[in-house]
Design a protein around this ligand. Structure first.
Ligand code: AHR
Length: 504
């Protein structure tokens, strides 16, 4: 019997809905074919956005969407993507597959997508190959409500009112595809570029995100924080230079040379993958400790704006399109990461899984006019109840399992929150691909009035396909019994659960 102890009296922080954010890049079939098909497509759409995809994403309460990249952002010149579509520049997407980018999806289309999704906006600016003026004008174009050249241009292009930019990334992976900079150099660039990301509307402040480290590059975090954390004293920059610093970490079963297959993997690869994803816990803790040293007040956030699994691409697909299938293993990866973000919600205020549709650990896959929801989609659907909740102290007495010493993982992994109506939401993952476990949950000192539970379970490489779209899907779970402050149930192998609990 494994004991999950929850102390409803111990509230440990606000879970920003943005922790369940997404990332969409001009990469493969994420934007084109995935979310955007254009107004003239036979695929049912609203202003060019696929109706099936938008409606599936809305069900997740998708809180925020990062765009346009990624490495694509490091070469993106926003003026190429505005105005008459027939006159927009066509160019080669040098990062991703060498295909033609016709710029038919640009700023207006992104804002329209976010409007339809009802989500916050997160634009990533180009520090790698763009100018300060270009970045400054983009912000003016999107957010200035007055007389100015960029505001006039926006109006000429059919959008009278300014939009809201909630988050602005000042560069992407500037240690790599964003210019191969050294941290000292990037920190100076950040100070300069961010000065011109102006807050034209003091009521809708833009949160500025600095480019953070690649995984365990703690020196990058330390240097950028040291050089950039101080208050600037400028009128529009009450929180200083930065509101957040990003972190990118991908889960690869093996390494960058041989990543591993998305399907048809064995037990050894199952545990390797889950143990690699659990490394996120250490990354978040250590980077947070560096931020704590410079910013004890906690207002500089850690923004995990690229995470998820990265496998070898599906056979027969363009290697630059990063198209991969998605199995129960990915659902577990999602559950583990979302639990980690919840438990670190004092610092982690946004996270964006890579990527939205058809790329890497996507929640949705499309083929022509068909669409499927992946196991990762269903995991997000079980976790959505945490959005905007209060983290509640919880602990489970897990045991270490696995096949090799190097890749042992805890058998169980959890988090708990309380929503605004006073209901408790527990998410629990069973990392064993073979064993079920009996669980006794105690809500210390509080009698349980009711429990509703849902589960996503299957074999480790179960997936959804266009022929079998509902092979893996969420089901109601009626195996929980209650007694006083206890809930007892058996969690099946390889599963993700959500329990909604009301107390007396
Ligand atoms: O998500 C794919 C790529 O991974 C992004 O473009 C880049 O930022 C990262 O290296």
């Amino acid at each position: 019997m494994f004991k999950l102890v929850i102390d409803p009296q111990k509230e440990s922080g606000y879970i920003h809905p943005e922790i369940q954010g997404h990332f969409s890049e001009h990469l493969g079939r994420c934007i084109y074919g995935g979310v955007y098909v254009g107004e003239d497509s036979d695929i049912p759409n609203t202003n060019g956005m696929r109706n099936d995809v938008v409606s599936a994403l809305k069900e997740l309460n998708l809180p925020v969407l990062r765009w346009p990249g990624g490495c694509f952002a490091d070469e993106y010149h926003w003026k190429d993507g505005i105005g008459d579509k027939s006159k927009r520049k066509k160019m080669i997407n040098t990062n991703w597959g060498g295909v033609v980018e016709d710029n038919s999806f640009g700023t207006h289309e992104y804002m329209e997508l976010c409007r339809q999704l009802g989500c916050k906006t997160y634009i990533n600016g180009n520090v790698g190959s763009g100018t300060v003026q270009e970045m400054s004008e983009w912000v003016e174009y999107m957010t200035f409500d007055g007389v100015s050249p960029m505001a006039e241009l926006r109006k000429e292009n059919g959008h009278e009112a300014p939009w809201t930019v909630d988050y602005f990334g000042v560069g992407n992976e500037n240690w790599g595809c964003g210019g191969n900079m050294l941290p000292e150099y990037y920190a100076d660039q950040f100070r300069r570029y961010q000065s011109y990301v102006k807050n034209y509307n003091p009521e809708k402040k833009i949160s500025k995100i600095a480019c953070g480290p690649n995984a365990q590059d703690y020196e990058w975090t330390e240097t950028v924080l040291r050089q950039c954390h101080k208050l600037s004293g400028s009128w529009n920059n009450a929180h200083g230079f930065m509101d957040g610093i990003s972190l990118h970490y991908y889960t690869l079963p093996y390494d960058w040379a041989k990543k591993g297959a998305a399907t048809g993997f064995n037990e050894k690869e199952w545990y390797m993958t889950l143990s690699k994803t659990l490394f996120m816990e250490e990354l978040v803790r250590k980077h947070s400790a560096i931020i704590d040293a410079f910013n004890p007040d906690g207002n500089i956030a850690l923004i995990v704006d690229e995470w998820g699994t990265w496998y070898d691409v599906e056979e027969g697909t363009n290697p630059g399109f990063l198209y991969q299938q998605n199995t129960m293993r990915d659902a577990l990866v999602a559950g583990i990461n979302l639990n980690i973000f919840n438990k670190n919600c004092k610092r982690v205020k946004m996270a964006n899984i890579a990527q939205l549709v058809n790329v890497l650990q996507a929640v949705i896959l499309t083929e022509g006019d068909q669409m499927i929801k992946t196991p990762t989609y269903h995991a997000f659907n079980l976790y959505k109840y945490h959005q905007g909740g209060t983290l509640i102290d919880s602990h489970i007495n897990s045991e270490m399992i696995g096949l090799e010493k190097e890749y042992m993982v805890p058998n169980l992994h959890e988090s708990c929150s309380k929503d605004k109506d006073g209901k408790y939401h527990i998410t629990l993952t069973n990392l064993s691909c073979s064993d079920s476990y009996e669980i006794e949950t105690t809500l210390t000192g509080n009698n349980v009035a009711s429990v509703k539970a849902q589960i996503l379970a299957g074999k480790m490489d179960d997936k959804n396909t266009f022929d079998e779209p509902d092979n893996v899907t969420v089901k109601d779970f009626d195996g929980a019994t209650t007694e006083g402050d206890k809930i007892r149930f058996t969690i099946p192998a390889c599963s993700v659960m959500h329990l909604e609990v009301e107390l007396v």
